[in-house]
Design a protein around this ligand. Structure first.
Ligand SMILES: CC(C)(COP(=O)(O)OP(=O)(O)OC[C@H]1O[C@@H](n2cnc3c(N)ncnc32)[C@H](O)[C@@H]1OP(=O)(O)O)[C@@H](O)C(=O)NCCC(=O)NCCS
Length: 151
């Protein structure tokens, strides 16, 4: 599945995807996306007219800023591919762990994240405008230790 790095000039196309993926109160405009991309360590990957992920890697840790797939493009593996690319991009930038926040009732994103090895490390009560709690999830990015030799 071909993914492209995001450029700031593509922010309007990303904002259109975000608006279709999230409720109006949570949609990010192009200006907000440009600001996110300007943060130190920020990077993004996308499949045009389908979905994108924005992430940030700084100080040995990384976070997912947002992940959005158009309704018509869902359940075809794009969300997982975007997340895998973001995890690889963060590891390549020296991050040892990836964090993200997700609404406790997000029935699509939670199985996706758990399937990629994320585990809950915290809960932020009434974090979202609708009063929903946010779960803080973490995934290790360090290569697994080689198994100790037997004997
Ligand atoms: C969450 C989201 C990015 C998933 O994108 P996607 O391209 O549909 O995800 P994938 O096709 O890669 O799904 C991978 C796995 O995640 C899980 N999953 C995805 N959508 C699911 C759903 N609606 N219900 C249950 N499990 C789901 C499944 O385990 C799926 O594997 P499967 O299809 O083999 O069963 C997409 O639903 C979306 O944009 N939602 C709105 C925005 C949002 O909530 N973003 C995350 C905020 S933290």
């Amino acid at each position: 599945m071909t993914l492209r790095p995001v450029a700031a000039a593509e922010a309007p196309a990303l904002a259109a995807i975000h608006a279709a993926a999230f409720p109006p109160s949570e949609a990010w405009g192009a200006d907000a996306i440009v600001l996110m991309l300007g943060m130190p360590g920020a990077f993004g990957l996308w499949r045009p007219e389908a979905g994108f992920v924005l992430a940030r890697a700084a100080g040995g840790e990384a976070e997912i800023l947002t992940l959005a797939v158009l309704p018509a493009a869902r359940r075809q593996g794009l969300g997982a591919a975007l997340m895998a690319a973001a995890l690889a991009g963060a590891a390549a930038r020296g991050a040892e762990a990836m964090f993200l926040e997700v609404a406790a009732g997000n029935a699509a994103a939670l199985p996706l994240y758990r399937g990629l090895g994320f585990a809950e490390v915290g809960r932020r009560r009434r974090y979202y405008p609708d009063g929903a709690d946010a779960l803080v999830l973490r995934r290790d990015l360090r290569p697994a230790e080689p198994a100790a030799a037997a004997g």
